[in-house]
Design a protein around this ligand. Sequence first.
Ligand SMILES: NC(=O)c1ccc[n+]([C@@H]2O[C@H](COP(=O)([O-])OP(=O)(O)OC[C@H]3O[C@@H](n4cnc5c(N)ncnc54)[C@H](O)[C@@H]3O)[C@@H](O)[C@H]2O)c1
Length: 419
Amino acid sequence: MPEYIADPGLAELGDRRITYAARAMPLLSHLARRFAAEQPFAGLAIAACLHVTAETAVLARALRAGGASVSLAASNPLSTQDDVAAALASVDGMAVYARAGVDRRTYYEHIALALDEGPDLLIDDGGDLIQTLYTERASLTAHVKGGCEGTTTGVLRLRRMAAEGALAFPMIAASETPTTRLMENLRGTAQSVIDGLLRASGVLLAGKTVVVAGFGACGTGIAEAACGLGARVMVTEVDPVRALDAVLRGFRVLPLADAAPLGEVFITATGSAAVITAEHLDLMPDGAILANAGHFDVEIDVRGLADLAVAVHPDVRPHCDAYELADGRRLLLLAEGRVVNLVAAEGHPPEVMDLAFGIEALALAWLAGNAGKLAPEVHPVPPELDAEAAGMVLAALGAQIDTLTAPQREYLASWRLRS
Ligand SMILES: NC(=O)c1ccc[n+]([C@@H]2O[C@H](COP(=O)([O-])OP(=O)(O)OC[C@H]3O[C@@H](n4cnc5c(N)ncnc54)[C@H](O)[C@@H]3O)[C@@H](O)[C@H]2O)c1
């Protein structure tokens, strides 16, 4: 589908990048071999809406090895790697609808086109695939057996649909397994968000005051990573349990209105909307840096910032726009308020996506074999699949664990035995 990608001439470069990423993705490489033998997706069409990166391409190739025909649209217009899109379209002959930097209308058109292949299974990342299916391609819904959602924000949307009885097929919350939250949300997001922040701003974090909004899995990792680089980290929260966790880890917790005049770097990771508003922007010091790690670009009020500004100086560095306010202060917005690790850096490292996509691939194969038996609800990934993926990643990292002995199993299984 050359007309939907930027430049088929980039295919060779993209293929090299995919091969390089695949070398750091042992779980997916193993699954590709297993799927090739077992063909869990034989005759099935899979529509995927994912960041079009080299790691996603490794997943797409593994699904194809398992017998699926795959159509792929981008889950963020700014994160598409055009060379990867070209390789999947030209080398693999996949239906790819993704070009970096497309406008909002084209972005949703691309998602609808990926659905036009008539999918049996879905892989979504943030919920735009499901939303487009229900709003623009509703007639295709009956054909869908189920799917996987890969991020917290998308799972929240699915739960709202299920609560309203609007979900017509089972969806698996792949982002919620203990292993994914550990490796992707906590560690992968932390490293790549700091990477994006540093690439776009070039700032020295040591000695800076960093405000992290939201102390969930992502926010915790970001706060700890910034702290590790010498920043003074403050946390804002709306959940007392998460706030207590932040306090017990040594972070100062305070309302955002109080943190706004103190912070020098602000990072949102809430999955919510309108977190940093014009009221907070008005209180921030000159040179404050604003970055978002949440899935959608709704956490920082970019329109409010534009309204406050008397001038905007775009690209003072790549992915860094300076907003000049009437009193002479400049606020620096990274990646237009979109997800900073994917826009200003390269997203998660392949090792992290290996685990996250490996769990999605295992869950999807499990779903393909069980779809008719599952209610149209949001389901957890079966814990044994999560443990299997964790075991494979451990082995790849060269770590081994002990096995419970028979007396230990007996002790743990009984309430009669005394110590
Ligand atoms: N950038 C990435 O690569 C990446 C990776 C995984 C998840 N995400 C996204 O990051 C976001 C957070 O994910 P998570 O897994 O940490 O979610 P989470 O639900 O574990 O944590 C979110 C936290 O934000 C808090 N919160 C909500 N509204 C708030 C507000 N107004 N002010 C302060 N705190 C608030 C919640 O109480 C919660 O503790 C989601 O949008 C998710 O999809 C991004």
